[in-house]
Design a protein around this ligand. Structure first.
Ligand SMILES: C[S@@+](CC[C@H](N)C(=O)[O-])C[C@H]1O[C@@H](n2cnc3c(N)ncnc32)[C@H](O)[C@@H]1O
Length: 263
């Protein structure tokens, strides 16, 4: 057991023995990861769903399409808004369709008169915004929207890039966050990525036409999914003084609140 005292004051465990500390950890193991019920709306790849499952949460992907992630038992094939409002979720991550709202496609609105489609996409997106404004925890993810969309859905809170999470690629992704902290980068590989040819850095943008193009382009990056699970799926210790202990996975745990400590 790796025991490290990390503060000038710690109420309660001054005279503990290593054996007592082990007992505390074992006894409170379940408190480290409180089981959450999580909906990943508009996700067929199950990339985010699987990361939350790894932490022991009851996570479900939901999409009108069949899942392609290999876990049909974790997939709800239905309308995401119906499922969103069907029960209480502890956390929701939503990836609503972005084709009509993305800034990269703004020129088609006028050229192809797609304003009705845009209105439908905005109404759908705003169901998730409404859910967040009611005090629920939700992250909504979409590419950079054009100004006509921003007027109706509101400004995003954060822009992230795959290279901030270990992927040698760029693709600006916006997050609208309700009750959640901004996502912290986990492994910034910007420098390495910058030395690659443009076609590799922007693999998604240069993705050749084909039947699976839309699916490939919209799949969430694994590094981002992992960060979402590790940062939004774990309640970390916020005690001012902590005595750090190691659990059986060598993670730092606060001896007082029994929650994980961010190192
Ligand atoms: C931009 S893609 C997001 C894909 C996601 N990032 C993934 O990794 O699977 C949008 C997804 O929303 C789904 N979708 C569209 N309308 C929906 C609805 N009413 N209910 C549930 N899913 C819907 C589409 O089938 C598509 O898979």
């Amino acid at each position: 057991m790796n025991l490290r005292y990390n503060g000038s004051k710690c109420s309660g465990l001054y005279n503990c023995t290593i054996q007592r500390v082990s007992y505390y950890i074992l006894f409170n193991q379940s408190k480290i990861n409180q089981n959450m019920k999580i909906l990943i709306a508009c996700e067929e790849s199950q990339t985010v769903c699987k990361e939350f499952r790894k932490l022991g949460h009851e996570a479900y992907s939901c999409d009108l399409q069949d899942q392609s992630g290999g876990f049909p038992e974790w997939h709800i094939k239905d309308d995401a808004i119906k499922v969103l409002n069907s029960q209480k979720w502890d956390l929701v991550i939503a990836h609503p369709p972005c084709t009509r709202m993305a800034n990269s496609g703004v020129m088609w609105l006028e050229k192809r008169n797609l304003w009705d489609d845009l209105d439908k996409a905005i109404s759908f997106f705003n169901e998730f915004v409404k859910y967040g404004k009611l005090g629920n925890k939700i992250a909504i993810e979409n590419p950079i929207p054009h100004k006509y969309a921003v007027e109706k859905i509101g400004k995003y809170n954060q822009v992230i890039q795959p290279y901030m999470f270990g992927h040698l690629e760029r693709k600006a992704t916006c997050l609208w966050l309700f009750g959640l902290e901004s996502l912290k980068e986990t492994k910034n590989v910007f420098k390495e990525m910058s030395s690659l040819p443009k076609s590799e850095q922007q693999r998604i943008h240069y993705c050749p036409p084909g039947p699976n193009r839309a699916k490939i382009r919209s799949k969430t990056f694994e590094g981002i999914a992992e960060a979402m699970a590790n940062q939004w799926g774990i309640e970390y210790c916020s005690c001012s003084f902590v005595m750090i202990m190691r659990d059986n996975k060598q993670r730092a745990v606060c001896s007082e609140c029994k929650k994980l400590v961010q190192e």
